[in-house]
Design a protein around this ligand. Structure first.
Ligand code: SF4
Ligand code: SF4
Length: 228
């Protein structure tokens, strides 16, 4: 373990603006698809540090989809900047870290299937770092903040004190609200059909902007704002 304690790291991350922070040892990703393990991205990685920022919950209630889309884009940028500052913080302690893009860019893209994959799966990283569970809508659910959370991560070349994976909390056994709400049946309870979802939920504005026009699977979840 390094000289930076978990408590100190969480304090630094909170001061940078994150709402939650968790740490996963790289070994927790050993089931990741080939090419998407943190060590495939950065071979020195020993720990993955993951941090969350909650979207102001009312953003999803606005009728004009630009509100939600714009807030999302700002949060992606904010989390990237928090990650970059954390990398500098580690460097000043003689520890090396690299930033994983919160959203884009990434290399893996199947145009026919409209299927993309980030450098690592951010939602699995958050789960591995003890920050929540994955709902049947495929989104991270943090017990206190719900599913309106965005995820940032950095890969660190030091063994940091890990957080335990969440246990004893899951989707209610008989809940299928998110699956039923999806207008294009893109969800099967485990994965999302990205082509169906993207074609329905992303409006590509003629001026080049991506406007998200659907978030029903997020909005209908009883854990949207937390599990109490
Ligand atoms: S965002 Fe909309 S289209 Fe995409 S999976 Fe959720 S409900 Fe379905
Ligand atoms: S709507 Fe129900 S099944 Fe879907 S993620 Fe939320 S709790 Fe889980």
């Amino acid at each position: 373990m390094t000289s930076i304690s978990s408590t100190e790291l969480k304090s630094i991350t909170a001061n940078l603006g994150a709402d939650r922070c968790g740490i996963a040892p790289a070994e927790r990703f050993d089931g990741a698809p080939n090419g998407f393990h943190p060590r495939d991205v950065y071979s020195k990685c020993k720990s993955v540090m993951v941090f969350l920022k909650q979207m102001p919950p009312e953003s999803i209630q606005a009728e004009n989809p630009v509100v939600y889309a714009h807030t999302s884009h700002i949060l992606y940028d904010l989390l990237d900047k928090i990650g970059l500052k954390l990398c500098y913080t580690f460097e000043n302690r003689g520890i090396h870290a690299v930033l994983v893009p919160t959203d884009v860019p990434y290399l893996e893209w199947n145009a026919e299937k409209m299927h993309g994959m980030g450098l690592i799966s951010m939602r699995h990283a958050a789960r591995n770092a003890g920050l929540g569970i994955l709902g049947r809508n495929t989104l991270l659910i943090n017990r206190e903040m719900g599913n309106m959370v965005y995820i940032g991560a950095i890969l660190v070349d030091a063994a940091l004190e890990p957080d335990p994976i969440v246990t004893g909390f899951d989707c209610p056994p008989d809940c299928s609200l998110c699956l039923d709400a999806c207008p294009v049946k893109a969800l099967d309870g485990i994965t999302a059909n990205q082509k169906r979802c993207r074609k329905y939920s992303i409006l590509q504005h003629p001026r080049g902007w991506d406007i998200y026009t659907c978030s029903k699977c997020r909005a209908v979840c009883p854990y949207k704002s937390g599990a109490g």
